[in-house]
Write a protein of this length. Structure first.
Length: 293
């Protein structure tokens, strides 16, 4: 006590403030925090944990997901990456195949034009490469020699002619109509694809003397000869249904008709009276085959 009965000392007052319930919410919710287990997809409830207000809450494990599920995810991701890679490789392969086919077609087109324009002897592989807009080395990757390229063009030409002759040969029309249709198909090929017709029947025959086939590969020539024989066989089969005689006679008849039609194309092709001459030639051939000349 101080003077005059007054209290002179200092009084220390300790205030105990109540804790707001919101501040206790994290500690209450901690009882329901879960950790992972293999049998569950996501979380499980943990049993309540007793702790005091001033104690530190237990640490929650950082890995709260299922390890096997992570492994499955990695496997799926790896599989997806492999599929994407394989699809990309397949797309690249298909693109390269298309590019190679386009280059091959460009080479054949350039060779066909140059052979017809300049002839076989004066056409060179560098000229064909330049016309196809390729390096000479690239050209040799597709065709090892000029002879190989030319034989490939012969094979393409015979394949187109064979397809034209096969349609009337396989039709159900009367025999005379089928024979007329085959002559029309032959002359139509000469008019519509003159570049192929010329390299098949005229180009080398005009330029070379002797047996020009000796300079070509035998396997390639055998392929071409087989296609030529297939064309003539289709005509011989039609002839065999109404023309008397042996198979050799029918073959000779086909060769004679083949040569006569080539002569019409050679001498009158491109002229204004070609159609009239071709019609007359067809009438004479058909009449001769049916023994009406």
């Amino acid at each position: 006590m101080g003077e005059g009965g007054r209290f002179s000392g200092r009084v220390r007052v300790h205030l105990f403030l109540p804790i707001h319930p919101v501040l206790l919410l994290p500690f209450l919710l901690h009882n329901f925090v879960s950790t992972s287990q293999p049998e569950s997809d996501f979380i499980i409830l943990r049993p309540p944990v007793r702790y005091s207000l001033f104690s530190a809450p237990p640490k929650i494990p950082k890995k709260s997901f299922d390890t096997p599920r992570l492994s499955n995810y990695n496997e799926r991701r790896s599989l997806i990456e492999q599929l994407i890679t394989s699809e990309a490789d397949m797309g690249t392969t298909q693109r390269r195949q298309r590019e190679a086919a386009a280059r091959r077609k460009a080479i054949l087109t350039a060779g066909l034009k140059l052979f017809r324009k300049q002839g076989y002897a004066r056409t060179t592989m560098p000229q064909i490469a330049a016309a196809a807009e390729l390096a000479p080395g690239t050209l040799y990757l597709y065709f090892p020699s000029k002879e190989a390229l030319y034989v490939e063009l012969l094979a393409e030409g015979y394949a187109q002619l064979q397809a034209r002759l096969a349609r009337p040969a396989a039709s159900a029309a009367p025999l005379r109509r089928r024979a007329e249709a085959m002559i029309d198909a032959f002359l139509g090929f000469a008019c519509e694809r003159p570049e192929y017709f010329e390299i098949i029947f005229f180009l080398l025959q005009r330029e070379r003397t002797g047996d020009w086939e000796d300079t070509f590969d035998r396997d390639q020539l055998a392929r071409v000869r087989a296609q030529e024989a297939a064309c003539k066989t289709a005509a011989a089969e039609v002839l065999g249904q109404f023309a008397p005689g042996s198979a050799a006679r029918r073959r000779h008849t086909v060769d004679a008709v083949w040569s006569m039609l080539c002569g019409v194309v050679e001498h009158f092709g491109g002229q204004k009276d070609f159609d009239a001459v071709a019609r007359q030639a067809k009438a004479v051939i058909i009449a001769g085959i049916f023994c009406r000349v």
